[in-house]
Each structure stands twice: as C-alpha cells, then as structure tokens.
Design a protein around this ligand. Structure first.
Ligand code: SF4
Length: 223
C-alpha cells in the first residue's frame, strides 16, 4: 500500500513531536474543550491557536459550555484574538456551547459510530456550528479514535504534487489516503505528512533534493 510506504519513508526522516500539533495536545480533555481547541486552529498556526485556547481557559477556568455562555461575544473575541478572525470564531464558540447544552453530542456521535458507521457520525458532526469536514475528521480520528483521514493544507499540497489526486478536492484526497493506508497508520501518517509539508514539501520552493519520498513524486519526476 502506497500510504504504508510513504509512512515508512517519512517516519525514518522525522521524529514526531506531539507538542508541535494542537489537537494531540488537547487529547484527554472533554469533547467540548477539544472541539473549541480545534475550532481555534482553523486557518491559523497551531501556535496561535494554542495561545488563544490558553487565554480562554486561564480566564474562565474550566472550559464548559455553561461558563462560555456567561461571557459576551466581545469578551470571548478579546481572549481568542491570537487566533485571528476572533469575532466569527467567538460567535461559533457560543453557538457550539448552545448545541452542547441542548444535545448530548458525545453520546450521539458514539451511537452513530457504533450503529451506523463513521460516515454517519461525520455527517452529524458537520451539522454543528463551525464544524466542516476537516474539523469533523480531526474530532473523529483524535477524540473518538474512529478511522478517518483529516486533510489540511499541507496534506492537500503534497498529495497533489505527488500526483495521487488530480484536484484539490477535500473528499478525493481524504478518500485516497483512506483507501491506500492501513487504518492503524491514519493518525501517524496524517501528522507525518503535516510535518513533511512544514519542513520539506513547503508551499514555496520545496526541498525536493533532500525529500525522502521523491521517488514516488510526480512533481519531482517532472522537475
Ligand atoms: S519531491 Fe518535492 S514536491 Fe515531491 S513530495 Fe518531495 S518535496 Fe514535495
């Protein structure tokens, strides 16, 4: 399987440091805390997301839906400013807090996974405020330990350059890695690909001459 080969090559090159990623740092917290953290990491660096998350937690103490709803949108915006787009994010966090109070999200997702499968659980999560395909996949993979493959901007770029998909289409890229990777490697391969995108297959001037997966890469063969 090509996903396994890529995993082996990348894991020989990079030592994974979970501190470099926000989502693994949030594991062990409640589902609401985890979801807020992942929501803060959308379209910003993990470092900025982590600063915003810490500011929120340090101010309100325990990050629960009830405590969030005691703050105004302005107060939340000011706290999460390091993540950027603070007003829209604050609104989503408030809507999310309401959704968590109205419904037992955790049990519902677990039930969906158990009785209907991951895809149905994913559709349910994507109906929640601020939760798109990537956030749903991060929640499923990293919080519920359910098999799915989140695709971020690095993974999309690498997949396209390597020639594994022809379009920058989220579902197509996700489907490629899921079909070509053993399930137990979804999480480590996801993190290794992000690391590879940050360090070697950078958006500008990828370092192809030192890339450990260049033998599989269409971009390299054509360059
Ligand atoms: S060979 Fe270059 S373009 Fe291909 S994966 Fe490696 S760094 Fe990226």
């Amino acid at each position: 399987m090509i996903g396994k080969l890529i995993y082996e090559k990348l894991s020989s090159r990079y030592a994974l440091n979970l501190e470099d990623f926000i989502a693994p740092r949030l594991r062990g917290l409640t589902l609401f805390e985890f979801t807020v953290g992942v929501l803060l990491s959308q379209n910003t660096s993990d470092e900025n997301a982590w600063r915003a998350y810490r500011a929120l937690v340090e101010t309100i103490g325990e990050l629960t839906p009830t405590r969030v709803l005691k703050l105004s949108i302005q107060e939340i915006s000011a706290l999460i400013k390091p993540a950027g787009m603070q007003h829209q994010r604050a609104l989503k966090i408030i809507e999310l807090a309401r959704a968590f109070i109205e419904r037992d999200i955790e049990s519902r997702v677990e039930l969906f996974i158990r009785e209907h499968g991951v895809e149905d659980a994913r559709r349910f999560l994507m109906e929640l405020p601020g939760i798109g395909p990537k956030t749903a996949d991060v929640l499923l993979l990293m919080w519920f330990n359910a098999p799915t493959f989140p695709v971020d901007t690095h993974i999309a770029r690498i997949t396209l350059r390597m020639g594994f998909t022809s379009r920058r289409d989220y579902e197509e890229i996700r489907g490629f890695w899921m079909s070509n990777t053993p399930i137990d490697l979804y999480l480590p391969l996801h993190l290794l690909l992000i690391t590879h995108g940050r360090e070697t297959c950078r958006a500008r001037e990828p370092l192809c001459s030192v890339c450990v997966v260049r033998d599989y890469c269409r971009y390299y063969r054509g360059s």
